[in-house]
Design a protein around this ligand. Structure first.
Ligand SMILES: Nc1nc2c(c(=O)[nH]1)N[C@H]1C(S)=C(S)[C@@H](COP(=O)(O)O)O[C@H]1N2
Ligand SMILES: [Mo]
Length: 371
């Protein structure tokens, strides 16, 4: 089987590197949407502006008759309704979520899939039950190695008919930092349909594919899960035959709010001469952000930006800012981040067949007017 691509559901379709965008990809892109980059200004992404990625259809789901089943290698299988889930101690975590395919549209050759530029990101306050509490309630058997999460959505992906399913190693599922949530709330409200109503998984620090929406089954297994979204899709591969490495945590990225105002068709940014405030957000799924640098000369020279002090939201993006004196002419602006483990962003594309984890430094073309 071929390396993973997201959301192409035509039977038998093979994700081959491509040049142009197909009508099928346009139809897929029309269902899903990114964060308008000006919304990087908000600590928590306002309703409707968080990116959305759905492989198949949003399933019919009503919270009144929703049940979450916990089964497999457990002492006591559970069937939990929403009221019972709400009776567990609730926690809220602010989490930045990013699609593993973010940045894919810039790859050459470009993998056939949802053509994200850099906008597949958002930050929300997720409320729910720590997964470790549900696992403790069910009593995990000593031979369990993974938890498999099943969503209620259904479709065909490259010839394979399936429900959306992903797994986590038991140590991650039971972890307390990051603490995995079975979430029923987003920004203080019930989950909206497109974000998994009434229940989803939230795995702070991990790329979006791990955060299973419309969650209805958690199965503890004594062997690693080999389903499509785990073993076929979402692997870093160079060659189709290559088993690849699993896509897991979010690689560091800084994004800048595009300064000035846009030219409608070229999307070039236009500014006036003088002081221009450059600001944005930076995050990493490995460790806290340690620094952000900005460049206003196409990446030749870099200077350190001012970074907001760390707070309790370890898995949420951090604000940064700096200032630039714009002079008439064309400029290329960039920002890049480095996390506390020393992970940073490349200046050359990290290509792989699925187009995952492309955290290439952002480049924004700006034209500064004469006055
Ligand atoms: N059940 C289910 N869960 C899913 C998906 C899906 O198609 N079905 N898409 C995944 C992917 S690839 C991403 S990037 C995130 C997107 O979450 P959001 O739409 O809430 O931003 O959900 C993940 N969870
Ligand atoms: Mo994704």
């Amino acid at each position: 089987m071929d390396a993973g691509a997201e959301g192409i559901s035509a039977p038998g379709r093979i994700a081959e590197p491509a040049e142009g965008i197909s009508l099928e990809e346009l139809a897929l892109a029309a269902r899903n949407h990114g964060l308008p980059l000006e919304a990087l200004r908000y600590d928590v992404t306002p309703p409707g502006l968080h990116y959305v990625l759905v492989h198949y259809d949003i399933p019919a789901a009503r919270s009144e008759n929703w049940r979450l089943v916990v089964n497999g290698r457990v002492r006591t299988p559970l069937t939990l309704d929403m009221e019972t889930l709400r009776s567990f101690p609730a926690v809220t975590h602010r989490v930045t979520m990013e699609c593993a395919g973010n940045g894919r549209a810039r790859l050459v050759p470009r993998p056939v899939s949802q053509p994200w530029l850099v906008e597949a990101v958002g930050t929300a306050e997720w409320t729910g039950v720590p997964l470790r509490l549900l696992l403790a309630e069910a009593g995990v058997e000593p031979d369990a190695v993974e938890a498999v999460f099943g969503g209620a959505d259904h479709g065909i992906e490259r010839g394979v008919e399936q429900d959306y399913r992903r797994s986590l190693p038991l140590a991650v599922a039971r972890g307390s930092d990051p603490e995995v949530l079975v979430a029923y709330g987003m920004n203080g409200r019930p989950l909206p349909p497109q974000h998994g109503h009434p229940l989803r998984l939230v795995v702070p620090g991990w790329y979006g594919m791990a955060h299973v929406k419309w969650l209805r089954e958690i199965t503890l297994t004594d062997a690693p899960f080999t389903g499509f979204q785990q073993a076929v899709a979402y692997r870093y591969r160079q060659e189709a035959e290559d088993p690849g490495e699993p896509v897991t945590r979010i690689a560091p990225r800084a994004l800048m709010v595009p300064p000035g105002f846009p030219d409608f068709m070229s999307r070039v940014r236009v500014v006036r001469p003088g002081q221009v405030r450059l600001e944005g957000r930076a995050w990493s799924g490995y460790a806290p952000v340690a620094k952000v640098e900005a460049s206003t000369d196409g990446g030749q020279t870099w200077s350190e930006a001012e970074l907001a002090p760390p707070d309790e939201n370890t898995w949420a993006w951090r604000r940064w800012q700096t200032s630039w004196t714009a002079t008439p002419g064309s400029h290329v602006l960039s920002a890049r981040t480095t996390d506390a483990q020393g992970n940073t962003q490349p200046l050359d594309q990290p290509w792989n067949r699925g187009g995952f984890g492309n955290n290439l430094v952002q480049q924004i073309s700006v034209v500064c007017l004469r006055k």
